[in-house]
Design a protein around this ligand. Structure first.
Ligand SMILES: *[C@@H]1O[C@H](CO)[C@@H](O)[C@H](O)[C@H]1NC(C)=O
Ligand SMILES: *[C@@H]1O[C@H](CO)[C@@H](O)[C@H](O)[C@H]1NC(C)=O
Ligand SMILES: *[C@@H]1O[C@H](CO)[C@@H](O)[C@H](O)[C@H]1NC(C)=O
Ligand SMILES: *[C@@H]1O[C@H](CO)[C@@H](O)[C@H](O)[C@H]1NC(C)=O
Ligand SMILES: *[C@@H]1O[C@H](CO)[C@@H](O)[C@H](O)[C@H]1NC(C)=O
Ligand SMILES: *[C@@H]1O[C@H](CO)[C@@H](O)[C@H](O)[C@H]1NC(C)=O
Ligand SMILES: *[C@@H]1O[C@H](CO)[C@@H](O)[C@H](O)[C@H]1NC(C)=O
Ligand SMILES: *[C@@H]1O[C@H](CO)[C@@H](O)[C@H](O)[C@H]1NC(C)=O
Ligand SMILES: *[C@@H]1O[C@H](CO)[C@@H](O)[C@H](O)[C@H]1NC(C)=O
Length: 898
C-alpha cells in the first residue's frame, strides 16, 4: 500500500471528516448537500455532468408546493435541477434546514431560481418581477429579483454554521410568491476565505475564469469545492494565454483555485495595464467588497524576461505590491475594495518600470461583505427546540430562527431577548413521552402541553426548570404520579400546575389496583374481613353491655386494653382501617415503588400510597437508625393500631419485613398545620379564625384522648404544628403519637441520652431540669401550637442565636395591651376579639414555665369550646373565611359543642 493510500485509510478508519481526505486525494462529494427542490419526495439521482448526487427536499422542509416549470420552457440542455421547484404561497417565512453540518464549520451555499412560468401566471418580466428575500438564519443573504422567466438566477454565500444546521429562509415581502429550484451546500476548509467569520459572510458577486476560449463552466470535480467558475467574455484589448501543464497550488493555499481555471489567463494586448470595474448591484446594501485575484505565470520565462506589476484599487492588500507570479504555481492577491463613494469600483494591474512583460490575470472573485448583525436565539435553546420539533414532528411555522426576527417568531413560542420563555403546544397532536429536550430550555417560564396525546411518566426534570411558573399538562394520558419535586414547587406557590384530576387528586385508579390483587389475596381478605367484622361486632356489643350510660352513637374501643374508647366513634371507622401487617412487597406496590414523597418526619421518609381497595395511605418508612428493638416496635405498633379517635391519625397497619420497618397511616390530604398556616397548602389562602379555633379544638380533643382515654396515658412528647394533620374538610388529627415509646429519636428531633423526643421551640422548659416528660409537657407544646394559630408565626424567630420564643414575643406584646399586634396579619382583622383574648390567655397558661400552672387538656378542650361558641354567635357562618366548607359551617356547634 502506498503512503498516500495509507494516510487516507488512516483518516477513514479514524472517521475523520472526509473533507480532509478530499484534500489528500480524489475530490469527493462527501459532506455535500445537493437538493433538487420540487422532485418527488424520497427521489434521488446523480447529475450526468457533475456526477453529484441530488436528493429531494422533503427531508429539509415541511412547507411549500412542488411544481414543474411550464413545458414551453423545457429544453434538453436545461440542467435537471432547473426543471422543478418548490413554491411557498403561504407563510411569510419558509425555511430549509440544512443538516448535518458541523457547528463552526465554513460552508458555501448556492441557491438557484428558474421561474419557467411554473404557475402559469406569466410573471417574472422586467415590468412584473418576482421579488423576495433570501436569508441565512436571521441575516439577509440576498434580495432576489426574478425578471426573466427563462433565466436561471443563482446566488452563493460563504458562511460559518452557527449551529449543527443552517437555515435558508425565503421571505415573502408581498411582491410575489417565493420559490426555489435548487439548494447546494459545500463544506470549505476553515482556513479558506479568512474574511468569512462569525461576524461576516461573503455573498458572491462574480467568479470568473479569464482567458478561456470555451463557454464551459468549471465546477466539480475540477473544483473539489464545487465553486462555479464562469467563463469571462474577453475584452477586445485583452489577449489570452494558456498552458496544458497543471498549475499547482501552494501547500497551504487559502483559495485553492483549480488548475483548470488557472491554466488560462489574460494579458493586455497592447499596453502595460490591465483594468476592470464593476458596479454596485441595484438594491445591494453592501458598500464593501472582497476581491481575490488569482495569478500564475503560464510561460517559462527565460533570459532577462520578467513580469512584475502593482495592483491598485484593493485596500489592505495581501501580499503587498509588487507582484511577480510564479511559473505554474497558483498565487492570489486579495483584500477589500477602497471606499470610493461611487457606485463603480475600478481595479488596475500596472506593470512596474522594471517589468519586461505586461501584467497577467488568470481568474478573479468578487464578494459583497455581509455583516451578520442580527441576533440569533441562544444556541442551546435553538438546539432544544429543534429537537422538540423533530421529536414531535411539529408542523407549524417552526422554521428558521425561533425568536428572531420578531415578525417571524415561531407560532406558540415567545422569547425574551434571545431566550425562549414560553411554549404553547396545546392541542398540537403531540404523542409519546415528554422529551428531555424540554429540560434544556433554561429560561422557560410558561409551558403548555395540554390536550395532546402525551403518555408515560411526568418527568422529574420539569422541576429543574428554575424559571418555570406555569405548567399545563391537562388532557393527556400520563401514567404514574406527579414527581414530588414538582408537587412541592406547586405547594410552595412557585408553580401553577394544571393537570388531569385523575393524576392530581385521585392517584388510586381502581382499575390498576384491581389488577394487582390476586385471587387468593381477595379470598384471604374477605375471610379476614368477615371474621374481624364478627369479632368487632361482638366486642362492641359486649362493651355496650359493660359501659352503662354511653351516649348513643358513641362506641367501643377496638380490643385495646389501653384506651377506654369513651370518645370513639365506631361508625366512622370502616374496616379498611383495620390494622394489618404488610410485607415489604405490598408496600412497594402500594407506593408504586416509593415514587411520591409526601414528607420527612422525625423517624424517616413518608410516601404516598394506595391500599388495594383504593384508599389513600401514608407510608412512613422508619430509618434504620430509629429502628431500635424490633420486638419492641412490633408490640408497640400493634398497640397503636388499636388506638382510634376522630382526632388521631389512624394507623392502618405496619410492616416488619426483614430490616424494613414501616407504619401505614390514613392519608391526610391537606398536609400539616404548619404548611397551612404558611399559606402553602393546596388551596392557598388563609385559614379563617373560626377554622383555626376548630383545628385547635380538634387537636386538643386528640391529645385529651391520649391523656385521659388511654391507660396508662400516652404522652405524645412531640406536639407541634407539623404533627397536626388536616384532612379533606380541614378536620385536624394528631399524628406520630406513641412513637416515642417505640423509637429513639433521630437527627430531626432533640437528642438526649434519655429516650427523649421533642422539637426546639416546643420543649417543656421543666424538661431541662427533670429530664422527664408528662402530660403537662404535651400541654406546653400544645400552648405553642395555639400561639402559632393566633399569630401565624413559627415558635422561634428570627432563626439564629438572637431567637425569641413565641411565648416571650406574645407576652411582651400583651404587655402593651394591643391584640391587633398579636393576631396573624393574614386574617386582615377578621376575627372575634373576645374569643382571641380568651385563646391568648389560654395559650399563655399552657406555656407557663411551671407545669403546675398549666391547665390539663380537658380544661383546654372546655375553654376552647366556649371560645368557639363566642365566634359562632358573633359571625354569620356564610360569610366566614376562605376555607369554609359549604354545609359544614354548623358542624362546630354540633356534636362537639356543649
Ligand atoms: C412533473 O413532471 C413529472 C414528469 O413529467 C411528473 O411525473 C410529475 O408528477 C410532475 N410534478 C408535478 C408537481 O406536476
Ligand atoms: C452538461 O454540460 C453541457 C456543457 O456545459 C451542457 O450543455 C449541458 O446542458 C449539461 N447537461 C446537463 C444535463 O446538465
Ligand atoms: C436583520 O433583520 C431585519 C428584519 O428582518 C432585516 O430587515 C435586516 O436586513 C437584517 N439585517 C441583516 C444584517 O441581515
Ligand atoms: C429587478 O430587475 C429588473 C431587471 O433587472 C429591474 O428593472 C428592476 O428595477 C429590479 N427591481 C428591483 C426592485 O430591484
Ligand atoms: C432571458 O434570459 C435568456 C437566457 O436564459 C436570454 O436569452 C433572454 O434574452 C433574456 N430575456 C431578457 C428579456 O433579458
Ligand atoms: C524552462 O525552460 C528552461 C530552458 O528553456 C528549462 O531548462 C526548464 O526546465 C523549463 N522549466 C520548466 C519548469 O519547464
Ligand atoms: C392517542 O394515543 C392512543 C394510544 O397510543 C391512541 O389509541 C389514540 O388513537 C391516540 N389519539 C389521538 C387523538 O392521537
Ligand atoms: C407508563 O407508560 C410508559 C410508556 O407508555 C410505559 O412504558 C409504562 O409501563 C407505564 N407505566 C405504568 C405504571 O403503567
Ligand atoms: C393551561 O393552564 C394555564 C394555567 O392554568 C392556563 O393559563 C392556560 O390557558 C391553560 N391552557 C389551556 C389550553 O387550557
Amino acid at each position: 500500500m502506498s503512503l498516500p493510500n495509507m494516510v487516507i485509510w488512516f483518516f477513514l478508519l479514524l472517521g475523520v471528516s472526509v473533507v480532509t481526505v478530499r484534500v489528500l486525494g480524489q475530490p469527493s462529494t462527501d459532506g455535500f448537500i445537493s437538493i433538487d427542490c420540487g422532485i418527488p419526495d424520497g427521489y434521488t439521482y446523480t447529475d450526468d455532468n457533475t456526477s453529484i448526487p441530488y436528493v429531494s427536499d422533503g427531508q429539509f422542509i415541511d412547507t411549500g408546493t412542488s411544481y414543474n416549470i411550464s413545458a414551453s420552457y423545457l429544453d434538453d440542455t436545461l440542467p435537471r435541477q432547473r426543471t422543478t421547484l418548490r413554491s411557498f404561497p403561504t407563510g411569510a417565512r419558509n425555511c430549509y434546514t440544512l443538516r448535518p453540518v458541523m457547528q463552526d464549520g465554513k460552508y458555501l451555499i448556492r441557491a438557484t431560481f428558474t421561474y419557467g412560468n411554473y404557475d402559469g401566471l406569466h410573471r417574472a418580466r422586467p415590468d412584473n418581477p418576482i421579488l423576495f428575500d433570501l436569508y441565512i438564519g436571521v441575516n439577509l443573504w440576498k434580495s432576489i429579483n426574478i425578471s426573466n422567466a427563462s433565466f436561471t438566477y443563482s446566488t452563493e454565500v460563504m458562511t460559518i454554521a452557527s449551529a449543527e444546521f443552517i437555515s435558508v429562509c425565503l421571505i415573502n415581502n408581498g411582491s410575489g410568491t417565493p420559490f426555489i429550484s435548487s439548494l447546494e451546500l459545500r463544506p470549505l476548509e476553515n482556513t479558506m476565505y479568512r474574511a468569512v467569520n462569525d461576524s461576516y459572510s461573503l455573498v458572491l458577486y462574480s467568479r470568473l475564469n479569464l482567458g478561456t476560449t470555451t463557454d464551459k463552466t468549471v465546477r466539480f470535480p475540477d473544483d473539489g469545492y464545487d465553486r462555479v467558475w464562469r467563463p469571462c467574455r474577453n475584452e477586445p484589448d485583452w489577449s489570452e494565454v494558456s498552458t496544458t501543464s497543471r498549475v499547482r497550488n501552494y501547500p497551504k493555499d487559502v483559495f485553492e483555485a483549480p488548475s483548470a481555471v488557472m491554466q488560462t489567463a489574460v494579458i493586455p494586448a497592447n499596453s502595460s495595464s490591465l483594468n476592470f470595474y464593476w458596479d454596485i448591484e441595484d438594491g445591494d446594501p453592501a458598500s464593501e467588497y472582497y476581491v481575490i485575484l488569482h495569478i500564475s505565470e503560464l510561460q517559462n520565462l527565460t533570459g532577462n524576461k520578467m513580469r512584475q506589476f502593482d495592483v491598485y484599487g484593493i485596500e489592505r492588500m495581501s501580499p503587498p505590491n509588487p507582484h511577480s507570479p510564479l511559473y505554474l504555481v497558483s498565487d492570489s492577491i486579495f483584500g477589500n475594495t477602497l471606499e470610493t463613494g461611487y457606485s463603480r469600483y475600478n481595479v488596475s494591474l500596472d506593470a512596474t518600470t522594471d517589468s519586461t512583460l505586461p501584467p497577467i490575470l488568470n481568474a478573479r472573485e468578487i464578494y459583497a461583505i455581509r455583516p451578520l448583525s442580527n441576533v440569533t436565539t441562544d444556541i442551546r435553546d435553538v438546539d432544544a427546540i429543534m429537537a422538540i420539533k423533530v421529536q414531535y414532528q411539529v408542523k407549524k411555522n417552526w422554521m428558521g430562527d425561533p425568536c428572531s426576527p420578531k415578525d417571524y417568531a415561531w407560532d406558540g413560542v415567545s422569547c425574551d431577548a434571545s431566550m425562549i420563555v414560553a411554549i404553547n403546544l396545546s392541542s398540537s397532536g403531540l404523542t409519546g413521552v415528554i422529551g428531555s429536550s424540554f429540560a434544556r430550555l433554561k429560561a422557560i417560564e410558561y409551558l403548555d402541553l395540554s390536550y395532546n396525546n402525551l403518555t408515560g411518566p411526568i418527568p422529574d426534570f420539569l422541576a429543574d426548570l428554575s424559571s418555570l411558573q406555569v405548567l399545563n399538562l391537562t388532557g393527556n394520558h400520563f401514567n404514574g404520579t406527579i414527581p414530588d419535586a414538582l408537587r412541592s414547587k406547586k405547594d410552595k406557590g412557585l408553580l401553577v400546575l394544571s393537570i388531569d384530576p385523575c393524576i392530581d387528586e385521585n392517584p388510586c385508579p381502581s382499575k390498576k389496583n384491581k389488577k394487582k390483587i390476586t385471587a387468593p389475596i381477595i379470598v384471604i381478605l374477605s375471610v379476614v374481613g368477615v371474621v374481624l367484622l364478627l369479632v368487632l361486632m361482638f366486642i362492641a356489643w359486649r362493651l355496650r353491655q359493660r359501659v352503662p350510660g354511653m351516649t348513643p352513637g358513641a362506641s367501643a374501643r377496638l380490643g385495646s386494653e389501653d384506651c377506654s374508647g369513651q370518645k370513639m366513634d365506631f361508625e366512622s371507622y370502616p374496616l379498611q382501617f383495620e390494622s394489618r401487617q404488610f410485607t415489604y412487597m405490598q408496600l412497594v406496590n402500594m407506593t408504586d415503588d416509593f415514587v411520591r414523597v409526601i414528607g420527612k418526619g422525625g423517624f424517616g421518609m413518608v410516601y404516598h400510597g394506595c391500599s388495594e381497595n383504593g384508599t389513600e395511605v401514608a407510608v412512613k418508612m422508619l430509618s434504620e437508625s430509629s429502628s431500635q428493638g424490633a420486638k419492641e416496635f412490633l408490640a408497640e405498633a400493634q398497640n397503636l393500631t388499636r388506638i382510634h379517635h376522630r382526632n388521631l391519625v389512624s394507623l392502618v397497619g405496619y410492616c416488619k419485613d426483614g430490616n424494613y420497618l414501616a407504619l401505614v397511616y390514613e392519608y391526610m390530604r391537606r398536609g400539616n398545620l404548619r404548611e397551612n398556616l404558611n399559606g402553602v397548602s393546596e388551596l392557598g389562602g388563609t385559614l379563617s379564625w373560626r377554622k383555626r379555633l376548630q383545628i385547635a379544638l380538634d387537636a386538643a380533643q386528640g391529645l385529651e384522648y391520649l391523656h385521659k382515654g388511654c391507660k396508662p396515658p400516652i404522652i405524645h412528647r412531640d406536639v407541634k404544628t407539623s404533627n397536626i394533620l388536616l384532612g379533606e374538610d380541614l378536620e385536624a388529627k394528631i399524628a406520630d403519637f406513641g412513637l416515642a415509646r417505640a423509637f429513639h429519636s433521630d437527627a430531626h428531633t432533640h437528642v438526649s441520652t434519655l429516650r427523649v423526643v421533642g422539637t426546639p421551640g416546643y420543649i417543656d422548659p421543666e424538661f431541662h431540669n427533670s429530664f422527664q416528660q408528662n402530660e403537662k409537657s404535651d400541654v406546653y407544646g400544645y400552648g405553642v401550637v395555639l400561639l402559632e394559630l393566633i399569630t401565624g408565626q413559627p415558635p422561634l424567630l428570627p432563626p439564629g442565636p438572637e431567637t425569641v420564643h413565641i411565648a416571650q414575643r406574645v407576652a411582651s406584646k400583651l404587655a402593651r395591651g394591643n391584640i391587633d399586634d398579636i393576631v396573624d396579619a393574614r386574617l386582615q382583622g377578621e376575627y372575634d376579639a373576645n374569643s382571641v383574648w380568651k385563646v391568648v390567655e389560654l395559650a399563655m397558661k399552657c406555656t407557663a414555665q411551671a407545669s403546675t400552672q398549666r391547665p390539663t387538656m380537658s380544661d383546654v378542650v372546655m375553654q376552647l369550646k366556649e371560645s368557639l361558641a363566642l365566634v359562632n354567635e358573633g359571625i354569620d357562618v356564610s360569610q366566614d373565611g376562605a376555607f369554609e366548607i359549604p354545609g359544614k359551617g354548623s358542624v362546630t356547634a354540633g356534636p362537639t359543642a356543649r
